[in-house]
Design a protein around this ligand. Sequence first.
Ligand code: NAD
Length: 476
Amino acid sequence: MSVAGEPSFRQSVDLMFNRAVQVMDLSPGLQEKIRVCNSTYTVRFGVRLRGEIFTFTGYRSVHSEHMEPVKGGIRYALSVNQDEVEALAALMTYKCALVEAPFGGSKGGLCIDPRQWDERELEQITRRFAYELVKRDLISPAQNVPAPDMGTGEREMAWIVDQYRRMNTTDINASACVTGKPLNAGGIHGRVEATGRGIQYALREFFRHPEDVAAARLTGGLEGKRIVVQGLGNVGSHAARFLAQEDGAKIVGVVERDGGLWSDEGLDLEIVLDHLRRTGGVKECPVGTYHADGPTLMEAPCDILIPAAMEGVIHLGNADRIRAPLIVEAANGPVTAGADEVLRNRGCIIIPDMYANAGGVTVSYFEWVKNLSHIRFGRMERRAEEARHRLLVEELERLSADRGLGWTLSPGFKDSYLRGADELELVRSGLDDTMRGAYQSMRQVWRTRPEVTDLRMAAYIVAIERVAASYRSKGL
Ligand code: NAD
């Protein structure tokens, strides 16, 4: 995607890391220790399909083991390569540190176009890949815990956990070997939507700080903001849906592989998503105006641009044409290091990937904890909470009746107050708290240190400082 001569994805991550460490007080040795990727395992395996043997290449990269297990998704795409997997693993280290999820960073990938294989074939391929990784402890509840990423989802995670279980029949914590599983295989409510939900919470937190909103040359709140989203997969579709349905934002443009759609009035997302599900694209969608050259829609005037597809889509070749004053990096690495500089110089505010898309790993953390504790969140306290609330409401009603005060509770209050929090509510609450806290720690650095010019640099500083502290406490 990026133009010739631009650094690779991994080099981009290193350049961004280097900008941050320049203003930090870390020894060169420790800087190097944190920056480099500890190991990358490459596996080539054969699977007999359609009467022939097909050889697949996969990777699992461990960037930092300052905390274990290490964590990071598994991506299925033809473009997967070692450079990309290492860049993504590094981002995972910093992301986990920023949102205080107690993991090191890892990432995996398989060079495959999942759309070329049917479900049964994909299961065979996934199980074989998982077998190779489990054998080397590159999938394990205590050491390395994958999750979904581009091209994978609940279905693949269910195959992986089952494969792990077959190979570790007495591991009582087997279900914690991977996150993003379906509910019936040990998953948690709210994981599928988590990354998109995190984007929504990140934007809500951003708009709680008028100074930051003004820095992006915007005013007011999310209501009515004109948003363009690239990539309507898991992350993009959930983010767009929540922002439109719950915050009153307008999705004026969407960009998919086969083109884009535009509507000044805001697109009806359910129609777009249904069309995408049925046809695999946005062409001939009954709503919006179709543009065959999708990426140019990212250059159209809007308030917020959300790249949610893949890395390197905003590069030196188009950065100076991007007009959105605020970019939220829902994908990992959508803005190259070169484009980042161009956009910064033009005053564009970028909410960086490391923070913006951390909702996924945050809820994965909750799922892992749930699996290790073998009980769903809220199971013990929900009814006790309801009983205590009921006591209070009944006491108020009794007082009102006894003293003839004529108090009446607002409609709906009693029902919503009496209801104890279930797992989904607890997950959302934990995610919201995490996204608020991480933004504030990043913002504190951005706003109080004049040499820190942007949120990305601030995010790296907070994350690297935490990883460094962890290494120091180990005596390094
Ligand atoms: P996905 O496979 O569900 O969706 C990707 C979407 O992008 C698909 O709809 C695809 O058609 C579209 N797309 C692909 N190439 C495109 C292109 N060139 N132009 C326009 N659209 C294109 O993947 P996902 O899980 O939503 O992940 C998207 C991004 O978010 C990735 O960068 C991933 O690393 C990142 N991310 C995902 C999660 C997660 O929980 N799934 C968590 C953190 C970060």
